[in-house]
Unconditional design. Structure first.
Length: 105
């Protein structure tokens, strides 16, 4: 068996795994899609429209914020969420590159 040198930055690997974990959850994908359709939306509209519990919505939004998939801007007592298209685009491209590499094997 051929030995392969693996040079993986553990910090980047951790960030990547958290990002993929965030994207792999069906409810978070639903929230991302809802934000995308509304450009900027506050948390109340998200959980009321999607018929979710406020606490569950907040937990999922925290994960999306922590992975830089959404941006949160406070306006008084409201927090408006928008998608971070740059992060999403990079993640989608990385997933496509991985899938292409796996297909070539």
């Amino acid at each position: 068996m051929k030995r392969v040198k693996v040079g993986i930055d553990s910090d980047k690997l951790h960030l990547s795994s958290e990002l993929l974990r965030a994207l792999a959850h069906p409810l978070r994908l639903k929230i991302l899609d809802f934000i995308d359709k509304n450009n900027a939306i506050n948390v109340n509209k998200i959980y009321n429209t999607l018929k979710l519990e406020q606490s569950i919505t907040s937990q999922h939004l925290r994960i999306l914020r922590d992975t830089n998939l959404v941006d949160a801007d406070r306006d008084g007592k409201y927090v408006h969420y928008t998608l971070n298209y740059g992060t999403i685009e990079k993640a989608v491209k990385a997933i496509h590159r991985y899938n292409d590499a796996v297909r070539k094997r």
